[in-house]
Design a protein around this ligand. Structure first.
Ligand code: AMP
Length: 637
């Protein structure tokens, strides 16, 4: 067996791509990258079992970019993703890795975006198309997307596409691609329908599954904090403030991120140093010695630089960026709890990384318990206690005669009481770390989510995702990008703003929202299922799946409850959207009883092997005995 690949240079990628990797600051290929890139470069088909957060996007984007013929401006690579959010992210990743490939063009194609814009870009010529199945099918039917020059297809998050009812669409699209092509299929799990797709469309695929060795890390308490990317720094400073720490080791993914985070902590009053592979050996050793000797309390490191680090006073390991594999996690947290001491490991996870969290939990065979970033009140309480303790310690340990004399002088000269003088001194001492914090300026952690909720990611958003940061952090939203009921856009004219905010909040809490019932011209006889209806509407109308209410499937039509106020443009668009090749031809039936925002979508339940409650999402369209016997609204058909 050849030794494991530990450097990008070993991967036979071309110089422009190696240059990019240097610039983005990736230190080493993640395991999935090391395993996949050689196969894809060699033109093989591939099945990769990988979660989000493992670096799988680069695992396919880098080799496929390398195989492009930039002079040929017809789509050579097609990536299918379950959601538009992911389509945008993947397209951004391609763009960023192709920064030294002149003339490179990538186009994300997804429902809800202007068709004419997409057509304009397609006409101009693109090398890579990244899209959701529905919109790709639209273009193929209209013959506005030609796949004759296609060389590679990637099915990204195939199990999500299955869960959202897109797998037949994927099959249909693959049928329309040239016979001679490379196919790479990525999926976190490999249920039977995905295996069938692989069997039908992949030829002698190489299989890559990153083995997760398990290891118990008994002396380390593990916690996780769910927080969006833009609130991580705030959450970190709060954690640093209230945790009883000795030395803290913070892990990030890239060299650039290490330097940046150390600087940002420094600017916030936490002296820190970076440790990464671009530093000279001497400087690295010096930094580690400082940490060991207590001259430095916070070090921000990359995985490679911290390999084997043995500093006993590390009380806390903070996984600021989630590691790309479980081995890295186990290694990271093993830097604390050394020499029999207790250690603390805190992991920051974005909502879309929750699945990775469960994988890590399994690998460490220990629960990783949720924690909230400390609140303002907790920080204020902590500061006050520390302040009081400092005074007591000083009174106990210091000779204060001279200062007592100074205070006495002020008292006499100014006729001011000792209490007032002490208050002024306390103010001066705590000016930079106020003991009273303004209310209402909380960091915005996302609500701890269950894994299955986190998976409910059909939610498109009404704003584009943040661009990837230079540090290499993934594009991510802070809170779940709740595109609220479409009422926001249609505007409840009486009080649009107030209403939309309220509605948004109520819906987030799982409270009621007002709905309109719609009729769809697809039913059992067309093969419609709740999953593919939810998937089509979520992606094409920009409605988060939990706002998609009761679905009743009849023989030749279905009904669905959607938030009131759908804009005309989306309504018209949904008429043309297809499920199992049949247009929805949506029409309005009238207001319905209020719905509760669903915590878990039916598709989630389905994927968990549970039956959807029949009254809510019935295949037969009949309610259960004992509840109202007929749908509430009469149909005017
Ligand atoms: P993905 O699993 O593709 O969503 O990637 C997760 C995150 O890891 C993204 O922010 C990437 O920019 C980052 N990333 C990918 N490959 C590497 C690498 N080799 N080293 C460090 N970060 C990486």
């Amino acid at each position: 067996m050849s030794p494991p690949i530990t450097q990008f240079e070993e991967l036979a990628l071309s110089p422009p791509l190696l240059q990019t990797l240097k610039e983005v600051g990736y230190e080493a290929p993640s395991p999935i990258q090391a395993a996949c890139i050689p196969h894809l470069l060699a033109g093989h088909d591939l099945i990769g079992q990988a979660q989000t957060g493992t670096g799988k996007t680069a695992a396919f984007a880098l080799p496929l970019l390398d195989r492009l013929d930039l002079t040929d401006r017809q789509p050579q690579v097609l990536v299918l993703t379950p959601t538009r959010e992911l389509a945008i992210q993947v397209a951004e990743a391609f763009q960023s890795y192709a920064r030294h490939l002149p003339g490179f063009h990538v186009l994300p194609i997804y429902g809800g975006q202007s068709m004419s814009l997409q057509l304009r870009h397609l006409r101009r010529g693109v090398h890579v198309v990244v899209g959701t199945p529905g919109r790709i099918m639209d273009h193929l039917r209209r013959e506005t997307l030609a796949l004759d020059g296609l060389r590679s297809v990637v099915l990204d998050e195939a199990d999500e596409m299955l869960r959202m009812g897109f797998i037949e669409d994927v099959d249909w699209i693959l049928e329309k691609t040239p016979a001679e092509k490379q196919v790479a299929l990525f999926s976190a799990t490999m249920p039977e329908p995905i295996r069938r797709v692989a069997h039908r469309h992949l030829r002698e695929p190489r299989e890559v599954k990153i083995q997760t060795r398990t290891a118990t890390v008994a002396t380390v308490r593990q916690r996780y904090c769910q927080v969006g990317v833009q609130h991580k720094l705030e959450a970190l400073t709060r954690v640093l403030e209230v945790e009883e720490t000795d030395a803290v080791l913070i892990f990030v993914r890239t060299k650039i991120a290490a330097t940046e985070l150390a600087e940002r902590l420094e600017a916030r009053g936490y002296p820190s140093a970076a440790l990464h592979g671009d530093m000279t050996q001497a400087l690295r050793e010096k930094t580690i010695e400082q940490l060991r000797g207590g001259g430095l309390d916070i070090m921000v490191a990359t995985d490679v630089a911290a390999r084997g680090l043995d500093v006993q006073r590390i009380s806390h390991v903070v996984n600021y960026d989630i590691p790309s594999d479980t081995e890295a996690y186990i290694h990271r947290i093993g830097r604390t709890g050394r020499a029999g001491r207790a250690g603390e490991a805190i992991l920051f996870v974005a909502p879309r990384e929750m699945r990775m969290l469960r994988v890590i939990e399994k690998a460490t065979r220990q629960p990783i318990t949720p924690m909230q970033p400390p609140s303002q009140a907790a920080i204020a309480g902590h500061r006050l206690n520390r302040f009081k303790q400092k005074i007591l310690d000083t009174l106990a340990a210091q000779e204060l005669g001279f200062f007592q004399e100074v205070v006495g002088q002020i008292e006499r000269e100014q006729d001011i009481g000792a209490r007032d003088i002490a208050a002024a001194l306390a103010y001066l001492m705590q000016r930079d770390r106020p003991l009273q914090l303004p209310e209402g300026v909380e960091a915005k952690p996302t609500r701890p989510q269950r894994v299955d909720e986190a998976r409910d990611r059909a939610e498109p958003t009404d704003r584009p995702p943040r661009r990837r940061e230079r540090s290499g952090e993934s594009a991510e939203f802070a809170a779940k990008p709740t595109r609220p009921p479409a009422a926001d856009e249609a505007g409840d004219r009486a009080e649009p703003v107030a209403r939309s905010t309220r509605q948004r909040e109520r819906a987030r809490e799982g409270a009621e929202f007002e709905v309109m019932r719609y009729r769809l011209e697809v039913g059992h006889q067309h093969g419609a299922t709740p999953q593919n209806i939810v998937g089509a509407i979520a992606n094409e109308a920009g409605i988060e799946s939990r706002y998609i209410g009761r679905i009743e499937i009849h023989d030749d039509y279905s009904t669905v409850d959607l938030p009131i106020g759908m804009p005309e443009e989306i309504f018209q668009h949904l008429k043309k959207v297809r499920v199992r090749q049949y247009p929805l031809n949506i029409s309005r039936l009238g207001p319905s009883e209020p719905e509760r925002a669903r915590k878990r979508s039916v598709a989630d339940r389905a994927s968990a092997g549970e039956k959807a409650p029949r009254s809510a999402r019935s295949r037969s369209g009949q309610r259960e005995a004992g509840t109202a016997s007929r749908p509430r609204r009469e149909f005017k058909s």
